[in-house]
Design a protein around this ligand. Structure first.
Ligand SMILES: [Zn+2]
Length: 189
C-alpha cells in the first residue's frame, strides 16, 4: 500500500482510471505515519473476485457460451470458436472491404469469396471436414451449409451433460480450429 502513500500524502497512480474515484474521495482524509490501508467490502469480507466483478463491465451471458466454454475443452479451440461466434475472424472479404487485399478468393481453390459462412462450412473443402465430424457423431447432415445453421444446430444438439453432447461441441471446436489453421497455412506458407 505504500504505493499510494508518500510520507503523509496520498500518491494514487494517475494513469489508473479505476482508482480516480477513490483518489478524489480520499483527498480530504489525512493519515498519520502509523496508519495502514486495506481493502474491505460493504457487508462482507474483501475478495479479489468481488473486486474484479465490480470493476469490469459485464453483459448478459450469450446463449452459445456453453458451446464454446466447457470443462475439458481445448483452450485454443475454444478461443477460435469464440472468434467464429463473434464473426471476428479476419476473413478475406473483410480484408478486401478494408482495402488491405485486392481480392477475396477462398484459399481452398473453390473459386468462391471467403466469408465466415463460406469457411464454416459452405466451402467444398471444409464441408468435407465438417460432414465427417457430423458422421462420426451420428448426426444427420445439415440442410444448409453455413455458419448460421451450424450455430442453430449447436444450440440444439451440442449443449448438455451427456458425453455425446460433449463430443459434438468438442468436434465443432476442433473442426473450426483446424479449418482456420489450414486456411492460414495455405495463405501464409
Ligand atoms: Zn472455398
Amino acid at each position: 500500500m505504500s504505493v499510494v502513500q508518500q510520507g503523509s500524502l496520498w500518491n494514487w497512480p494517475l494513469h489508473v482510471w479505476q482508482l480516480r474515484d477513490i483518489s478524489s474521495a480520499c483527498s480530504n482524509i489525512s493519515f498519520g505515519q502509523r496508519d495502514s490501508i486495506g481493502w474491505c467490502r460493504v457487508g462482507g469480507a474483501f475478495s479479489y473476485r468481488a473486486a474484479w466483478a465490480s470493476l469490469r463491465s459485464s453483459t448478459p451471458v450469450v446463449t452459445w457460451a456453453k458451446v464454446v466454454w466447457f470443462s475439458g475443452a481445448i483452450p485454443k479451440h475454444s478461443f477460435c470458436l469464440w472468434l467464429t461466434f463473434r464473426r471476428a475472424h479476419l476473413t478475406r472479404d473483410k480484408l478486401q472491404s478494408l482495402g488491405i487485399l485486392q481480392q477475396s478468393m477462398c484459399p481452398f481453390g473453390c473459386g468462391q469469396q471467403e466469408t465466415i459462412d463460406h469457411l464454416f462450412f459452405e466451402c467444398g473443402y471444409t464441408k468435407t471436414v465438417w460432414s465427417k465430424v457430423m458422421e462420426l457423431n451420428n448426426c444427420p447432415l445439415p440442410v444448409a451449409w453455413n455458419w448460421h445453421t451450424t450455430v442453430t444446430w449447436a444450440l440444439g444438439h451440442a449443449i448438455g451433460r451427456r458425453f455425446q453432447r460433449w463430443m459434438r461441441r468438442a468436434g465443432l471446436a476442433a473442426a473450426v480450429y483446424h479449418c482456420w489453421r489450414e486456411r492460414n497455412n495455405r495463405i501464409f506458407r
